[in-house]
Design a protein around this ligand. Structure first.
Ligand SMILES: *Cc1c(COP(=O)(O)O)cnc(C)c1O
Length: 384
């Protein structure tokens, strides 16, 4: 029996044309017409002034921090409930992550917790050098409030929009509120270049500086002259060809994933106390993955994952927050009022298959399996 995957690449059919073009014209280097066209396409789609295609989303975050001059001894605030790639680059530049808890509505960074962290930091005379906010599973964070707090303390905001390409609030794309925004085109994201990322900014000088750092920090002279340590972080012209074909269908992909989300939420109406990430007023989530919490907590969640597996359905727990990860155990974690919201979301949270090419039948199979799993779980508990 075929496995129903969580999220897999969904090609548009146009990718091969751009990739073939790259091969036939020998533009196989990490520069070329596909890279330029893909960057132009992303500038137009996100309505930003400047964009830099990178080898990954992680590389884009690293470049954002390096371009802002974040270095050893600095603090960087980062949402705790996220994939580890949001926070690792803070370590790459030698800085210390300070992890910020989530709010209950969108599951993203809590403005109240951020304010609390800023007040504490200001009191100690140790404001962070940047704040990294994530739009988890494509659901828009309370970005207007968050960016206002950052502006108040004059701290640059980096938006990790790796999962949220196409998500908007009041007509504005996620990834465009911060000093920098980053996107990921890894294989499981809403669109893909197989592996790749994008750094965007409204200040072209910042992208120029990031470009310089991403190409080994080479000085503009004939020979190879270097005054700083740079990186090799550019996207290849072959990958960018895939990206061009993918970007043409981004709106279809968003619509498909939103529809899957709607179908799940309607079908699970009967399940008590199941919660979803909310779309705050004026926002549109791309619903990269449908995530929900189960009232029975971690035990019920893990049982359900196993049950789905038996039915050949891939599901997975919500990201384990960074403050619960052994690798980040020693860094500060700041909540809004002492209650660990992201810890609870992890304990109760489950992501369901949400690939844009999922068929109606596949969706029905997932729905049936989830319902049966929960009914069985209730029976088990009654017997106990
Ligand atoms: C995927 C992802 C990244 C990293 O992107 P890569 O292209 O895989 O390096 C960063 N942050 C979040 C939230 C992600 O989901």
């Amino acid at each position: 029996m075929k496995q129903i995957p969580l999220s897999i690449p969904h090609l548009s059919g146009q990718e091969a044309r751009y990739v073939t073009e790259a091969l036939e014209t020998n533009w196989v280097a990490p520069l070329g017409p596909n890279v330029e066209a893909f960057e132009a396409g992303m500038r137009a789609y996100t309505k930003t002034e400047a964009a830099l295609a990178t080898s990954s989303g992680t590389a884009a975050i690293h470049l954002a921090l390096a371009t802002l001059g974040v270095t050893t001894g600095d603090d960087v605030f980062c949402q705790s409930l996220t994939f580890v790639a949001s926070v690792n680059p803070i370590r790459y530049v030698g800085a210390r992550p300070v992890l910020i808890d989530s709010e209950e509505e969108t599951w993203n960074m809590s403005p109240a917790a951020l304010r609390r962290a800023m007040i504490q930091a200001a009191t100690r005379g140790r404001l962070p050098k940047a704040v990294i906010v994530v739009h988890l599973y494509g659901v828009v964070a309370k970005i207007e409030e968050l960016s206002a707090i950052c502006a108040e303390y004059d701290v640059p905001l980096i938006e990790d929009a790796a999962e949220s390409l196409g998500s908007t609030i009041n007509g504005r794309m996620t990834g465009t509120f911060g000093t920098f925004g980053i996107y990921s085109f890894n294989g499981n994201k809403i669109i893909t270049t197989s592996s790749g990322g994008m750094l965007v900014a409204n200040d072209p000088h910042l992208i120029e500086r990031a470009f310089y750092l991403s190409t080994q920090a080479r000085q503009p002279v004939l020979h190879y002259e270097h005054t700083e340590v740079g990186f090799n972080y550019r996207m290849s012209n072959v990958s960018a060809g895939i990206g061009r074909g993918q970007l043409e269908v981004i709106e279809d992909r968003v619509a498909a994933r939103r529809k899957i989300f709607q179908r799940y939420t309607r079908a699970f109406d009967m399940l008590d106390a199941t919660q979803y990430q909310a779309e705050i007023e004026g926002s549109r989530a791309n619903r990269w993955l449908t995530a929900l919490t189960l009232p029975g907590g971690m035990e019920q969640r893990d049982q359900l994952i196993i049950r789905l597996q038996q039915d050949h359905i891939e599901s997975r727990p919500v990201w384990k927050p960074m403050h619960l990860q052994p690798v980040y155990r020693d860094v500060p974690f700041i909540t809004s009022d002492g209650i660990d919201v992201s810890g609870r979301l992890f304990a109760e949270g489950l992501c369901l298959p949400s690939a844009s090419q999922m068929t109606f039948t596949e969706q029905a199979l997932v729905i049936r399996s989830v319902r049966q799993g929960i009914v069985e779980d209730v029976r088990r508990n009654v017997r106990l």
